[in-house]
Write a protein that binds this ligand. Structure first.
Ligand SMILES: Nc1ncnc2c1ncn2[C@@H]1O[C@H](COP(=O)(O)OP(=O)(O)OP(=O)(O)O)[C@@H](O)[C@H]1O
Ligand SMILES: C[C@@](O)(CCO)CC(=O)[O-]
Ligand SMILES: [Mg+2]
Length: 387
């Protein structure tokens, strides 16, 4: 028996980092997905191991179920119908399980993702042998929400077989979860994201779960309906970074300078709210598409300036900003920054030749450019071989 899920990555149009401190942020899903396949061995296979194959990072790990049981036995029965946080003690047990696998030193940054997998798996499905395969179209650790898509796709696959969601297993092709199930799935994914991000706001898992475009503040979302044909160029600087460390860095800065940083976070809140007003339909004012794009460009530039204030820009990001500015295009980092990806608004009237030239110049600096569809579906599940 096999189930597959897919969960999208995201871009943050405004408000990253400040959202961790209670400000509004605006995010949209993109049509790049993380896929999970979960398969239980048949009785004749007599297999007693839990295997995870992380294809996009070329890593495979496996544990005898008895070993996982022994490591987590103090939890009693780990099955839980309500999402539970991983305690410090559980985190240590999971880290020990991960280390036992002779985790390659060069890939140690992936260990928290494996811990999140083990936490979600054992909490939702208990001690069952299975093979879990993860593939992804998203660059890992580049600001496009790979950690959230990973946790959302895993939670969806585990919940589909847990008996605690209501899905039609005879459905052919991709299927959306119902509203109550999405809420449960999103809460589980948030628990996984906590293991990877430390202190996440929840925006990334929420936009990956629900898709579309959302405004997010203090854990609650408002869907944004927009008919603005928003086109963004995404430039991956390919500079590796880690969201947990960047989020912690901003928190430390705001402890050192609480007054100044609270003005910064408030300014970001205003930018996000204004940006969401500009893109939503029906529009409160009768601006043309070009006028709206000009407002968005200015808001993106202002947000980028405040992200620099928070200390999360990077020389590679500044190079992208300078390069796109030569073509009068506005850009900002997206996600946690420190490297990773930069967004550039491509106005509707911009000629294809200019877009080609910008891409060529960015790629000549060693960056990688991609365009992605914005605002598609959230997590989906599939029970037959058609997906
Ligand atoms: N496809 C995947 N396979 C294995 N691990 C993954 C995968 N996708 C994400 N991860 C886990 O997520 C971590 C990267 O998450 P991180 O939050 O640092 O970056 P991101 O989510 O891509 O960017 P951002 O949080 O800024 O949007 C990896 O180190 C790994 O632990
Ligand atoms: C940097 C951050 O604001 C967004 C990462 O995509 C962290 C979070 O909200 O969890
Ligand atoms: Mg992340």
């Amino acid at each position: 028996m096999e189930v597959k899920t897919r969960a999208p990555g995201k871009i943050i149009l405004a408000g990253e980092h400040a959202v961790v401190h209670g400000s509004t942020a605006v995010a949209a899903s993109i049509d790049l997905y993380t896929h999970v396949s979960l398969r239980f061995p048949s009785p004749s296979e007599n297999d007693d191991t839990l295997i995870i194959q992380l294809k996009s990072v070329a890593l495979e790990l496996s544990w005898p179920i008895s070993r996982i049981k022994a490591a987590l036995s103090y939890l009693g029965c780990p099955f839980s119908s309500t999402p539970t946080s991983c305690s410090a003690e559980s985190a240590r047990s999971l880290a020990a399980l991960v280390e036992e696998e002779n985790f390659p030193e060069a890939k140690i940054g992936l260990a928290s993702g494996v811990s999140a997998f083990l936490w979600l798996y054992t909490s939702i499905l208990g001690f069952k042998p299975a093979t879990v395969i993860v593939t992804s179209e998203l660059p890992v650790g580049a600001g496009l929400g790979s950690s959230a898509a990973f946790c959302v796709a895993l939670s969806g696959a585990f919940l589909a077989f847990s008996g605690s969601v209501n899905v039609d297993m005879s459905h052919q092709g991709w299927l959306m979860f119902g509203d109550n199930d999405l809420e449960l799935l999103n809460k589980w994914a948030f628990e996984g994201e906590k293991i990877i991000h430390g202190k996440p706001s929840g925006i990334d898992n929420t936009v990956s779960t629900y898709g579309n475009m959302i405004k997010f503040r203090s854990g609650s979302l408002t869907r944004i309906k927009s008919d603005l044909p928003l086109k963004m160029l995404i430039t991956n600087t390919k500079v590796g970074r880690n969201t947990k460390a960047l989020v912690a860095g901003v928190s430390e800065r705001s402890l050192r300078h609480p007054d100044a940083m609270s003005f910064v976070f408030n300014a970001v809140d205003s930018i996000s709210r204004e940006l969401s007003n500009v893109i939503q339909s029906p529009a409160p004012d009768n601006l043309s598409v070009t006028e709206k794009e000009e407002k968005l460009e200015e808001l993106m530039e202002m947000n980028q300036g405040l992200l620099q204030c928070m200390g999360v820009s990077h020389a590679s990001i500044e190079t992208v900003l300078r390069t796109t500015l030569k073509y009068k295009l506005a850009s900002k980092l997206t996600g946690a920054g420190g490297g990773g990806c930069v967004l550039t608004l491509l106005p509707t009237l911009l000629s294809g030749t200019v877009v080609d030239k910008v891409i060529e110049e960015l790629e000549s600096c060693g960056f990688q450019c991609l365009t992605a569809g914005i605002g598609g579906k959230g997590v989906e599940v599939c029970f037959d071989g058609s997906c």
